[in-house]
Write a protein that binds this ligand. Structure first.
Ligand code: HEC
Length: 176
C-alpha cells in the first residue's frame, strides 16, 4: 500500500515537473525561436517545427541549435539539404542555451505539436506542409481545449486516487 502511494506521488511529481519544463520551454521558444519558427502554423523563415522530433534526434537538435553552421559544415546530409531548401538561410547560433534549456524547448515543441489544431477561417480541411489532413473546422474550438481537458482529467484522477487511498489508510489505522 505504501508503495502504491509513493508511486502515485512520484507520478504526480513527474507530471508537474514535465509541466514546468514545457512552460520554461515555451518562454525560451518565444524569445529565441518564434521569430523564425512556428509549431503547427506553417513555415516562416525556418521550417514549421511541428513533430520535429520525428524527423531528427534530440542530439541533432542540440547541435543544430547551438551552432547550425557547424552541423552543415560537418556534411550532415539532412542539414545540408534543409539549408539548401531554405535558400541557405543561416539559423542563428544559440551558444548561450544550455542542454537543459534545449530539452525544455523540445518538450514544449512536443507538447504544442499535439495541442495545435490548424483552423481554416472558412471551415473545411487544410493540407499541412507535411501533407497530413488536419481536423475539420467545426470541432476546432473543442479540439483546441481537448489536450488541456485530458491533462486536467488525468491529474484529477491521480490526485483523487491519492486522497482516497490516504483516507482508506487512515480508516484502517483508526479501526485497529
Ligand atoms: C533567424 C531565424 C531562425 C531562428 C531565430 C531560429 N531558427 Fe531554427 N531554423 C532556421 C532556418 C532557416 C532553418 C532551416 C535550416 C537552415 O537554413 O539552416 C532552421 C531549422 C531548424 C531545425 C530543423 C528543422 C527540421 O524541420 O528538421 C530545428 C530543429 C530548429 N531550426 C530549431 C530552432 C530552435 C529550437 C530555435 C530557437 C532556440 C531556432 N531554431 C531559432 C531559422 C531560425
Amino acid at each position: 500500500m505504501k508503495n502504491l502511494i509513493s508511486t502515485l506521488i512520484i507520478l504526480f511529481g513527474i507530471f508537474s515537473l514535465q509541466a514546468q519544463d514545457i512552460e520554461a520551454g515555451k518562454v525560451l521558444f518565444k524569445s529565441n525561436c518564434a521569430a523564425c519558427h512556428t509549431v503547427g502554423k506553417g513555415k516562416l523563415t525556418g521550417p514549421d517545427l511541428k513533430n520535429v522530433s520525428d524527423r531528427v534526434s534530440p542530439e541533432w537538435i542540440h547541435a543544430f541549435v547551438k551552432n547550425s553552421t557547424a552541423v552543415i559544415e560537418s556534411g550532415d546530409a539532412y542539414a545540408v539539404k534543409l539549408f539548401n531548401d531554405y535558400n541557405k538561410t543561416i539559423m542563428t547560433a544559440h551558444p548561450h542555451l544550455s542542454d537543459g534549456d534545449i530539452d525544455n524547448i523540445i518538450a514544449y515543441i512536443g507538447d504544442a505539436s499535439v495541442a495545435v489544431v490548424p483552423v481554416t477561417p472558412s471551415g473545411g480541411t487544410q493540407v499541412l506542409n507535411d501533407g497530413t489532413m488536419p481536423v475539420i473546422n467545426d470541432t476546432a474550438q473543442s479540439a483546441i481545449d481537448m489536450p488541456v481537458v485530458v491533462m486536467v482529467f488525468w491529474a484529477s484522477v491521480v490526485l483523487i486516487s491519492a486522497v482516497l487511498i490516504s483516507l482508506a489508510l487512515i480508516v484502517v489505522r483508526l479501526l485497529k
